[in-house]
Design a protein around this ligand. Structure first.
Ligand code: C2O
Ligand code: CU
Ligand code: CU
Length: 495
């Protein structure tokens, strides 16, 4: 690890802002879980689905108005709920004073509606893709994907959840009353200045880790937030929308989290885990059984990797990194979901590596080497002093890195140096064969579009069922958004 000194400095700075009285008050004050506005299209698709991207202000709970970006809202976007088989006639209007691209993360759709960096919307303009929804029920999201500007735009608020239902999910014996026993949680970390406004500053040093705030925010409000729920099972659809932070989720009462779905759909069966690690960009659905206790807390820690040297010191000095994200309070008078914890959920074929027609290799690079940095800068990536790339090449809008064939099964083998990277591929769901040299955790053994990469080899089995040509190729990249912006991204066509 070469990052100890920087980690120490970052943590020290974080601890200084932490002592601000506004922030301390905001962290202890009881707040309610904000229920993100639901736009339910499952029964009826209107002629157009408007999404207006605009600058605004938002109070995260400190009493101060932060400058933010929102999608039909002051901060973040709505929860869109659609059904497989529908085609969504989006009307994305850019009311910002800068270009923006809006990507549908997790959707299996053709490249020409994917919303990658080739589909920038100019200020004042409208992008109106018809997005065909043809995939399993799953929790997806949409977020800014503007070349070199993704990290700041997402940090400022350009993100929302997109839930896909299908006949199976709608008839499954699971809680589904939005805002009652079915909640969408958008987890993020923020840094606040002394006046209680969010800040986002990048230095070359911060670039390397990606931007990390010291304050946990749930649906746009500083944690902890509380919600009254019925007894019985409560369903949480969780999105890690942090720019760079991995999150470890657990329950306060020591009982395991019951994971029922990953990025791309239901698991084969409920997986119980004491800790659920979520990378930036990942989604999981969990069930919490409120029959046991009156109050259950969902906890989050910011994992620091193997603590060593200064990290041990900073943890000792600045305290327990365990944060309460959400407090669920049981109210037995509320109408409850009557079902029990499900066992079998979906038919998941065993991934068959021998069926793959080819293997591609990707190595994630970051470094101070002059050539990598020079290339990254020359090609419009937004970087500090260093450079980042994949297979020695920073992202270049004019270059296609991979040409994949429609319907063929491939193995993508991904490796990295040093730190942990969350790798994402557009336009598909894949299965993880190996993650960091070993089998994936059971909760990551289903349909995924994110895989963790560090020491050891990560391998996914992937098939592309939608076309993308060279004018609107698909992306693959690290989902630490500062790494993506700095060039740890590549492009592929499918034909
Ligand atoms: Cu969520 Cu290309 O990203
Ligand atoms: Cu994506
Ligand atoms: Cu990365």
């Amino acid at each position: 690890m070469t990052i100890n000194r920087r980690t120490f400095l970052t943590s020290t700075a974080a601890a200084l802002t932490l002592s601000g009285t506004d922030l301390a008050a905001a962290r202890s004050a009881p707040k309610r879980l904000p229920i993100l506005p639901l736009s339910d299209l499952t029964k009826d698709v209107p002629d157009s689905v408007p999404l207006k991207l605009a600058a605004s202000t938002h109070d995260f709970g400190t009493g101060a108005a932060s400058a933010t970006l929102g999608i039909n809202a002051h901060y973040l976007g709505p929860v869109l709920r659609a059904k497989s088989g529908q085609t969504l006639p989006f009307r994305v209007e850019n009311r910002l004073d800068e270009p923006v691209a809006l990507h549908w993360h997790g959707l299996h759709i053709p490249g020409n509606v994917d919303g990658g960096p080739h589909q920038e919307i100019e200020p004042g303009a409208v992008w109106a893709p018809d997005v065909p929804i043809r995939q399993r029920s799953s929790t997806n999201w949409f977020h800014a994907h503007t070349h070199g500007k993704t990290a700041r735009q997402v940090y400022d608020g350009l993100a929302g959840a997109l839930i896909i239902e299908d006949d199976e999910s709608l008839s499954a014996d699971l809680p589904r009353t939005y805002g009652v026993d079915d909640f969408t949680l958008v987890l993020q970390d923020k840094a606040f200045d002394a006046s209680g406004r969010i800040t986002y500053t990048l230095t070359g040093e911060v670039f390397e880790d990606g931007f990390e705030g010291d304050t946990l925010v749930v649906n746009g409000t500083i944690a902890p937030v509380a919600q009254t729920v019925p007894s019985g099972l409560v369903r949480l659809r969780v999105l890690n929308a942090c720019n760079a932070r991995f999150l470890d989720l657990s329950l306060s009462d020591g009982s395991p989290l019951a994971v029922i779905a990953s990025d791309g759909g239901f698991l084969a069966a409920t997986v119980e885990t004491a800790t659920l690690r979520m990378s930036p960009g990942e989604r999981y659905e969990v069930l919490v059984d409120m029959a046991r206790d009156e109050t259950v807390d969902l906890r989050v820690t910011f994992p620091e990797g193997e603590a060593e040297g200064f990290e041990i010191v900073t943890r000792f000095l600045f305290g327990d990194p365990v944060m309460t994200a959400l407090i669920l309070n049981r109210d037995p008078s509320l109408p409850r979901f009557d079902g029990s914890m499900p066992n079998a959920l979906a038919n998941l074929p065993r991934p068959d590596r021998d069926a793959a027609q080819r293997t591609r290799t990707f190595h994630l690079n970051m470094g101070e080497e002059e050539d990598l940095a020079a290339l990254a800068h020359a090609w419009g990536n937004y970087c500090g002093e260093g450079g980042m790339g994949i297979n020695g090449n920073p992202m270049r809008m004019e270059r296609i890195d991979v040409e994949a064939r429609l319907g063929e099964l491939e193995i993508w083998r991904i490796t990295a140096e040093d730190m942990l990277h969350p790798f994402h591929i557009h336009g598909c769901s894949f299965r993880i064969l190996r993650e960091r040299g070993g089998p994936p955790p059971d909760y990551a053994a289903g349909w995924k579009d994110m895989v963790a990469v560090q020491e050891g080899v990560s391998e996914v089995l992937v098939q592309f069922d939608h076309r993308a040509d060279a004018s609107t190729p698909f992306m693959y990249h690290c989902h630490i958004l500062e790494h993506e912006d700095c060039g740890m991204m590549g492009q592929f066509t499918v034909s």
